[in-house]
Structures are given as C-alpha cells and as structure tokens.
Design a protein around this ligand. Structure first.
Ligand SMILES: [Zn+2]
Ligand SMILES: [Zn+2]
Ligand SMILES: [Zn+2]
Length: 669
C-alpha cells in the first residue's frame, strides 16, 4: 500500500509584510483502502480524507518519509525495481521482528520510542461541584420551631399556630422581669440573667443544686408571634420574606438558638445557614500557579490595585492576555453561568449584603462590605476550609472563572490539608464568620465539634508548615532530557534533580517565580460540566457510560459492566433489601419517625398517617438494569448467579410480580 504512494512537494509563496517567504508543503497521497486507513487511524497519524485518497501532510509526512526509506526512494523518483527491492527488504525485517515497535525501528533511520511506558486507566470518582451549602430542610436560621413549623419547618406556619414548643435556654430580665430565651432582653435591651432547670426544684439560678447538675435549658412553649414581632421591630422593617425556615430542634449542648433577626435577614437575602451559624460555598478544588486576567473576569486596573503590578516575566501588567503568577493565598472562585447551581460571585454578593444589613440594623454599626455589584466581591477576604478539619486559612478573592472549580495555588490547597486535585473545600466570607460563627451552635455529637468548623484560623501561609506532599511539586519551566531518559529506565524520582518547591523553603522563592510546562489557551475552555451532572436519570448515566466503554478501544466494556454491577448495583440492592426489612415508619404530618408501628396505626404525636420510609421501588430500582446489563454484556457466570440469587431473595420478600416486572421496561436490550 505504502509502495503505491504518490509524494508531492509544493512551495507556497506567502507575502508577510514586505518580505515574501516560501513554505514547503509535502504531501503523501495514498489510495483509500478500508483496512489500511484503519491502521493509520490506530497509530494516531493525522490525515485528511478525499473521496478516493487519504493525504498525510506537513511534519507528519516528513516523519513518515524518514521512518520508511522506501518512501524516500519514491520521493526521489527512484526506479520501480529499486523500490520493490527495498520493500522486500523491509517486509523481511518486519517479519523477523517480535513486535511492531521493533519492526519499525529495524526499518527506520530514526530511533522511534514507545509513546508512553505504562498507561494508567482511571474512572471518575465524583462529578464537579460549586454550590451554596444547605442543611437538610434548607434552614435560614438555627432557631427551633418544633412541630409548629409543619413539614416546611416555616416560621409562617409556626406563627399561624401561635406557639412553639421546644427545648430552649432560660433567661430572666433583671430590669423588666420578663422571661426570655435570649441573653439580651428583646423587650428592653438589657442583659438578662441565665437560669437553670432542675427536674425537682424547677428553675434555679445556679447550674448545680443538691439534686446534681441542673440543665441550662428546659422544654418550654413560647409565643412565637411575640418573638417575631420584636425581631421585626428591631430590624425596623414592615414586610418580611414569604418563607423563613428554621430547624426542628436545637442539637447543641445548651440548646442555644440564633437570634431570629438573622433568620429574617438571611431569608431576605436568600442565603442558608450552616450548623455553626455561617453560610458556606462548597467547591471542587483545582490547583493553578498562573492565570490570565481575561480568564478570571477581573479588570487589569483592579488586579494592579490588588498587588499584581507585573506579569510572570516581570513586564508591567497592562493587558488582560498577559500571563500572571498567582499569589499563594489568592483564590479564583467558580463563576460558571451554565451550571445548574448559583455561581460563587452571586452567593458571596448576597452574603455581603446580608452581613451589611445585619451590622446596620441589628448591631447598629457601620456597613462593612458596601457591595454595589457582584464585581465588588473581588478583593474580599474569605476563610478557606476543607471538610473534616478544624483549621481554616484566610484567602483573598481575586476573580471568578467560568468553571465550577476553585482555582488556587497548590500551597493554598495544601494549607487546607488537601492534595490539590478534585477534593472539596468551602469558603466563608470572613465577616460572616467573625459575626455569626459560634462553637456553641455545633451539635453535641462526637466529631461535630472538631470537624468542618473554623476553630483555628491561619492568617499567613508558611510553606514549611503545610502538608509536605506539596513540597514535591516541580516548578521548572521545562523538563530536562535527563528526566525523560530517567523515566524510560524507571528510575526512582530522586534520581534526577528537579527544581521543586521543597528546595526553595525558607527563601523568597518559596512563594514566587514558579514555572509550569504546559500552557492552555484558557482555563475556561474544555468540558466544564460533566454529563454525569446533566443527565437526569441513572438509566441515562449508565447508558452513556456503556456507550463510551464500547467506543474507547482501551476499555473492556464487559469488564465495565461487571464492575458497575458488582461495585454499585449488587451492593445497593442487597443493602436496600436489608434496609427494607428493618425500616422505620414516618408520619406524613409531622415527620416523626417510629421504629415500630404504634398499635393505634396512626402517629401518636399528631394522629397523622404513617408510611414506610423505604419503598419497594427503592429496593427494586436497580434489579432489572443489572439483569439486562448482565445479559447484554455476558458477564462471568459467577456474577450472573449472584444476581439470580438476589432476584430470588427479592421475590421471597415481595413475591413474584411477573406482569409488573415486564412493565418496568428493560434498560438494555
Ligand atoms: Zn427586659
Ligand atoms: Zn434541684
Ligand atoms: Zn405526626
């Protein structure tokens, strides 16, 4: 096939300015044959297609001619006999070789190396995320409204009911004598006195009594309209938001609620409270060392104000396309507009407005942020905090990318004890945390009081103090040839001296003048929202995954089917079947859960109807997909038998429902 190639060489005259330059274009033209064309597809050789021909051009053509001496003979116009002789020699060499790479090398005048030594396959762990955090039930405030709030846990429902019964702290105002639940009297503004509760003596003024430790709270019924009324008066507003949501009960040790005013203002600004009193924005973490102003939507003038006076090469920063090195504690937050969730700039803008209104109308202080537009959020300080830890770090917002990731310096991610890729972190607007965070709100459970709360705050990032994994980060502008040679020999990483962050500790260069090896046009280009998030149902997600598995040559579709069934579906079905048999019952009216159904058959609290918490459909949902997937991809017999056994167990619980099973429709085949 190759010996029938036609090789053409053209010289194109290009006039650039006043100078005319000529550019050589070399083409290898080959007959379009099915099997042969597939071969050049498989080796990844770029080519163009005409009706009857395939054309290899430019550098690729040059390299082909060098790799196959026969092609250079054709190019030089050698006699047919000479070409035929060369072809025979090449075929002989190829046949004697043990593999393709050896064969190509035996023929070629160039040394051709394996494209990569070892390929590592990976599966998606989790889809990307950028979203304001909401607790279950999306409360605006940590204030208990008990059963009175209804299913929505709303203050409106509670106000209609008039009374709220819940466990709350006890205070008494020394000035006006009123009993209250707040440390400051909502009637006269004086500081109130804390009371305690003993089951025998009742309310006492000391935490201890002869009967032992008294509780700092008691179950009490409060006039919710009184508390809402005084809150509205304090905030000096006439109308309040349509829906303000609280929590069912307080889970902290002393049952301390938030002030209602905070809930009213949060609802007004459409933000939600987290268990420690702050509002959080959760994001997927991504490492970055350099950015271009155009990528993050921040004007150059603003960046100069923030200290970015020069670009990565030391030239003054003037244009949005210059490459700039990010400072270690700066953050580029998610500003994606195509996501189903709100971007960080909109959420932080509203949190800032909430904080300002809280400062002015609740604390009678001056506003702090004065945000006029979303762009004003740039320059604000935030606390960066990863789940499971209690140490936050101060960061500064410098812009918003059109992605769902939080781009920051690898050091910044390491300071949050993350390993820089795909983990999750969150930001809290600093003044929100300073005003509204309290350790006392945290649930009285093991772990809750030490994890995921900013108990300790780091103001200055010291590279020597963060997780040392980041010290292995290579920071040179290019890899030396020595590095590639060492890789080919599978030497240990220490064998080649590379410029790493660890070698710069304690010097000024630990924070700056880092390099990178592969540039991109824009961090905002590419696949920014995975299909896993946009496909609505599990069925579509799975079908998409199997479609890809069949298309990608490196993937064994049967093995993917086996893994999906084994690791996900079977576990789910077995787990859900077990959960079904030990499940609780739930009241449709008040959500109370019952471990066993009461004899009356209705809710003992409100008389409401009781329903299962786990439905039959929940158990059955992945059974049919697993069976049809197993059938279509002919998974190993052991797995098929496991599925059959699970099916029989399910039929043992629910009985055989042949017609209905058919009605569900098959996902595969
Ligand atoms: Zn008072
Ligand atoms: Zn007592
Ligand atoms: Zn009920």
């Amino acid at each position: 096939w190759l010996s029938s190639a036609k090789i053409s060489e053209e010289f194109l005259q290009e006039s650039e300015g006043t100078e005319a330059t000529s550019r050589r274009i070399i083409k290898i033209i080959l007959e379009k044959k099915k099997e042969e064309k597939r071969a050049i597809e498989l080796i990844g050789l770029t080519h163009k297609c005409a009706t009857d021909y395939v054309v290899i051009e430019g550098t690729n053509a040059d390299l082909m001619i060098r790799a196959f001496p026969m092609l250079s003979l054709i190019k030089s116009g050698a006699a047919e006999e000479k070409i035929r002789k060369e072809l025979d020699a090449e075929l002989k060499t190829a046949e004697a070789s043990s593999d393709a790479l050896e064969a190509v090398n035996a023929i070629s005048g160039l040394k051709i190396k394996d494209k990569a030594g070892i390929f590592i396959g990976a599966r998606m762990g989790r889809p990307e995320k950028a979203k304001m955090r909401e607790l279950t039930g999306s409360p605006h405030t940590l204030f208990p409204i008990g059963e009175a709030g209804g299913k929505m846990r709303s203050f409106q429902a509670a106000m209609d009911a008039g009374k709220v019964t819940s466990q709350l702290p006890i205070y008494q105002c020394p000035k006006c004598g009123a009993k209250t639940i707040f440390p400051v009297c909502e009637n006269c503004g004086s500081s109130t006195k804390k009371l305690y509760f003993c089951e025998i003596c009742g309310e006492i003024d000391k935490p201890k009594c002869p009967h032992g430790d008294a509780k700092s709270y008691k179950e009490q019924t409060i006039d919710i309209n009184h508390y809402m009324g005084t809150a509205i008066q304090k905030l000096n507003i006439n109308v309040f938001p349509d829906l303000i949501k609280g929590v069912r009960g307080m889970s902290n040790k002393d049952k301390i609620p938030e002030n209602l005013c905070k809930g009213i203002l949060r609802a007004k600004h459409e933000i939600y409270v987290n268990k420690d009193g702050t509002t959080r924005y959760d994001m997927t973490e991504l490492p970055i060392t350099h950015f271009r102003p155009s990528e993050i939507g921040t004007p150059v003038e603003k960046l100069r104000e923030l200290g970015y006076t020069a670009d990565a090469y030391g030239a003054p920063l003037d244009t949005p396309e210059q490459l700039v090195e990010i400072k270690p504690q700066d953050l580029i937050l998610p500003g994606a507009t195509y996501s189903m969730d709100e971007p960080a700039n909109e959420v932080l803008f509203r949190i800032g407005n909430f904080v300002d209104e809280l400062l002015v109308s609740f604390y009678a202080l001056a506003p702090f942020y004065n945000f006029k537009t979303k762009e004003d959020v740039v320059g604000s300080l935030v606390i960066g905090l990863a789940p499971h830890i209690s140490a936050g770090i101060i960061g500064r917002v410098i812009g918003f990318s059109d992605t769902q990731g939080c781009f920051a310096h690898p050091l910044m991610h390491a300071a949050q004890r993350r390993d820089c890729d795909g983990d999750e972190s969150c930001v809290i607007l600093l003044m929100d945390a300073l005003l509204n965070f309290s350790r006392q709100y945290l649930p009285d459970k093991r772990g809750s009081r030490t994890m995921d709360s900013p108990l300790v705050l780091t103001a200055k990032l010291v590279p020597a103090e963060v997780d040392d994994m980041v010290q292995k980060l290579d920071v040179s502008w290019s890899y030396p040839l020595e590095f590639y040679d060492a890789c080919e020999k599978y030497l240990m990483p220490g064998a080649v001296k590379m410029d790493t962050l660890g070698t710069r500790l304690g010097t000024e260069r630990q924070y700056e003048q880092m390099g990178f090896t592969h540039d991109v046009k824009s961090m905002n280009e590419g696949m920014n929202c995975s299909a896993y998030k946009t496909l609505p149902s599990m069925e579509e997600k799975l079908k998409g995954q199997m479609e890809l598995a069949e298309m990608i040559r490196a993937v064994d579709a049967v093995d993917v089917a086996r893994l999906v069934i084994e690791k996900h579906f079977l576990k789910d079905i077995k787990g859900n079947l077990r959960k079904f048999s030990i499940q609780q019952l739930r009241c449709v009216g008040c959500n109370t859960k019952f471990r066993r159904p009461p004899l009356s058959g209705v809710c003992t609290k409100c008389g409401g109807k009781l329903i299962f918490t786990i439905s039959k459909g929940f158990v059955l949902k992945y059974l049919e997909p697993s069976i049809s997937l197993a059938k279509k991809y002919n998974v190993p017999p052991y797995l098929k038998h496991s599925l059959e056994l699970v099916k029989r167990r399910i039929e043992g619980v629910f009985g055989k429902e042949k017609e209905k099973q058919e009605g569900l429709g098959k996902w595969f085949g």
